[in-house]
Design a protein around this ligand. Structure first.
Ligand SMILES: [Zn+2]
Ligand SMILES: [Zn+2]
Length: 323
């Protein structure tokens, strides 16, 4: 069974309410969905390279996609139907309706969306032929609806880049390495790629949102806890923290080594690093181009006083703040 696209659903008369916080973005008529070239532009360079390397052996990813669709995808989708709640226009639409507008802008079919009981703020995507997204009940407790949508955009970023498929290719390589001496070290580049994938998915979240501060606040909930505790977060101080962590990484080789050790086997980078990378990318022409294309672009604003940048792409505000 094929995926249901946003326009198919619209044709069948199923109605999606656009969440009110999205009304500021330009209408669909003025924007166009992202395409394969855009996906490449969005992805982190190391992610593109790693995927190209995995595609170097012809047929492997296609074969795995087929095997996975017939086995793991079916099994885990069944598990979700068995143990979670499948969201839809008629099932908790206040959450489900967040998803189709993202897929429309990203040019991907709308995946199934499940809600699972789990206390932490979590979301993941599984599958390649018929991917699905799972969000945790904790995510809904920690974040505003707008932030949940940013997380869903991050997950759709993984779908755009087919990370789940390539993650399976990487896992096969990893299993093959178990026989080799020093395999723990040989596997490190695989873990590193998995962390780089998160940067690509974060970029998708930013392009969809068009508002860096909102995405940074989403990261703050992951690091600091529920909205009710972190709603007054000082983003200036948070940005200073990101810089401080970068100086830990760049000042002393020994300290960097210790930090590298901490993340070496993690599939996700530290949130500070994700935020820092995203702040950097938010200033890139690629970010402007892609968000303009889908109609979410906002002129950069000074993080200190909120004034619009003095010139296009500029990093100075009328009050003389550099950013
Ligand atoms: Zn992710
Ligand atoms: Zn300013």
């Amino acid at each position: 069974m094929s995926n249901t696209s946003f326009s198919d659903l619209a044709k069948r008369g199923l109605h999606f309410k656009t969440p009110s916080f999205m009304n500021a973005t330009v209408s669909a008529a003025e924007s166009s969905p992202l395409n394969q070239d855009d996906y490449k532009m969005l992805a982190h360079g190391d992610d593109v390279e790693a995927i190209a390397a995995m595609n170097a052996v012809p047929g492997v990813s296609r074969a795995l996609s087929g095997v996975s669709a017939a086995t793991a995808e079916k099994m885990f989708r069944g598990e979700c139907l068995g143990d979670n709640i499948k969201l839809s226009p008629k099932q908790l639409p206040e959450y489900y309706d967040l998803l189709p507008p993202i897929c429309e802008k990203f040019g991907v079919p709308v995946p199934d969306l499940f809600l699972e009981t789990s206390p932490g703020p979590n979301a993941y995507t599984f599958g390649d032929k018929r991917p699905f997204i799972v969000i945790s009940s904790g995510l809904l407790e920690y974040m505003t609806l707008e932030e949940v949508q940013i997380v869903l955009a991050h997950e759709c970023g993984h779908i755009m880049q087919r990370h789940c498929l390539y993650s399976m290719v990487a896992t096969c390589v990893e299993l093959g390495m178990n026989w080799l001496p020093g395999s723990a070290l040989l596997k490190l580049p695989i873990y590193r790629w998995k962390r780089v994938c998160e940067f690509s998915a974060d970029r998708a979240a930013l392009v969809f949102s068009g508002d860096l501060d909102k995405v940074l606040k989403t990261f703050v909930r992951l690091s600091g806890g529920r909205f009710k505790h972190t709603q007054n977060v000082n983003l200036d101080a948070y940005r200073e923290q990101l810089e401080e962590y970068q100086s830990v990484l760049s000042d002393k080789a020994a300290e960097k080594l210790m930090q590298d050790f901490l993340v070496m086997h993690r599939t996700h980078p530290f949130t500070s690093v994700r935020s820092y990378e995203l702040v950097k990318w938010s200033k890139s022409p690629e970010c402007s181009y892609l968000s303009r294309k889908i109609g979410t672009f906002q002129e950069p604003r000074c993080p200190k006083c909120g004034a619009a940048a003095q010139r296009k792409g500029g990093r100075i505000c009328p009050n003389g703040h550099f950013f």
